[in-house]
Design a protein around this ligand. Structure first.
Ligand SMILES: [Zn+2]
Length: 393
């Protein structure tokens, strides 16, 4: 057996009193962050040394005894300690040159959020939170496994959400040989075409939401900066984004679950920089969907001991004839159907591309196995196979 982590996201429906407590918890988190950051800076200026997490945690405990900061006692202590840990991580990222120097969090710019390790659980249609109690929530899918940490966040749409990371036990990797495989060609006209010939249509929401987003964006830009109407329009845009995100997730969860159930080895193209979409808006919609598709697919395949093979982005999946391998350099985006000049086969553009992706994926996968990489690939398959498949080419 091995352990995998899965994130579940639920929308909270707090009562008015609970909304205030959530906001206060986020405020406490921000307060501790800023307090610790200024302590660290002052200490460094004085001594040239860093102030450790343990020193800060001890100082935080002392603060709770002082009248002016006794209010900290009303907040879950692990929530406050988590803020210190998050700051440590931020400094770690800074020193590793992955991020800029940690900044003070302003009440205006900071997204209200806080994290509680362990102890957050689902109870019926509510979330049980230490020091806050039972918060009603939309539990649209049951949480499987053991909750490990919960991040509470008030999104731009004004609603509170919780993302719970749960650990699940699944059967160990077996290094099995995939028996079924498929290539997936992602696109704009339809969301995906499979090498089996199946077409997966874009959910209609992608288009209608794009239209609505464009309209809402225009409406917002007409309102005067800083005005109440502008704020209202901005909230409208944020609500639309939240709705799109939710419908996109639903669609992608269903699709990836089905693929992973049906195929042992799924090959996809690395689309990270492929500029397919014409407008900026469409680009943001599709980029988000493709990225999430890959994320869902990878972790779900890993869970059931399946494989995802990512093809490097320079592989000419569309231009190559699936029957004889000849390249068709004259192929344009407008050609939906084409005939190979070499062997005379007629191809549906997307099905042919998906078939090529499938074949290339199988080839790369067998290449890894033959080179004795199957074990390393298994050890951290989720991260190794997509990233390195692209780089290896
Ligand atoms: Zn041909």
């Amino acid at each position: 057996m091995r352990i995998v982590q899965i994130t579940y996201r639920y929308r909270l429906e707090p009562g008015s009193g609970q909304t205030a407590v959530l906001a206060r918890s986020a405020g406490a988190r921000r307060w501790v962050w800023n307090w610790a950051l200024s302590r660290k800076r002052a200490y460094y200026t004085l001594t040239g040394k860093g102030l450790t997490y343990h020193a800060l945690a001890a100082a935080l405990t002392e603060l709770k005894q002082q009248p002016a900061t006794a209010w900290l006692r009303d907040i879950d202590s692990q929530l406050l300690q988590q803020a210190l840990r998050d700051l440590e991580t931020a400094f770690g990222n800074f020193f590793a040159k992955r991020a800029r120097f940690p900044r003070f969090r302003s009440i205006k710019r900071d997204t209200p959020r806080f994290r509680i390790p362990q102890r957050v659980a689902i109870a019926g249609q509510t979330i049980r939170v230490p020091k806050i109690g039972l918060i009603p929530a939309r539990i649209h899918r049951p949480l499987a496994g053991t909750p490990k940490s919960a991040t509470f966040k008030r999104e731009a749409d004004g609603h509170w959400y919780v993302a719970i990371v749960a650990e699940q036990e699944v059967s160990a990797h077996t290094n099995r040989t995939p028996r079924t495989h498929v290539g997936v060609d992602l696109g704009l006209k339809s969301f995906a075409v499979l090498s089996t010939g199946e077409t997966v249509d874009n959910p209609r929401v992608f288009r209608t939401q794009q239209r609505k987003l464009a309209r809402a964006g225009r409406a917002m830009s007409r309102k005067q900066r800083g005005s109440a109407n502008r704020a209202k329009a901005r909230a409208q845009v944020a609500r639309l984004h939240a709705k799109i995100r939710q419908q996109r997730s639903d669609f992608l969860h269903k699709l990836t679950s089905r693929l992973v159930k049906s195929f042992d080895l799924i090959s996809i193209e690395d689309l990270s920089v492929r500029g397919l979409a014409r407008t900026k808006l469409a680009k943001s919609v599709y980029d988000a969907a493709w990225g999430q598709f890959r994320t869902f697919l990878t972790y779900k395949a890993d869970r059931v001991d399946g494989y995802v093979q990512v093809i490097g982005r320079f592989y000419p999946s569309s231009r190559r004839c699936g029957a004889c391998g000849a390249a068709n350099h004259a192929l344009t985006l407008a050609d939906r159907v084409w005939m190979c000049a070499q062997c005379g086969s007629t191809h549906d553009r997307d099905v042919n591309a998906a078939g090529n992706i499938d074949r290339e994926g199988v080839r790369l996968f067998m290449h890894h196995v033959a080179a004795g990489h199957a074990e390393t690939q298994n050890a951290c398959r989720a991260s190794v196979s997509p990233a390195n498949a692209g780089k290896a080419r």
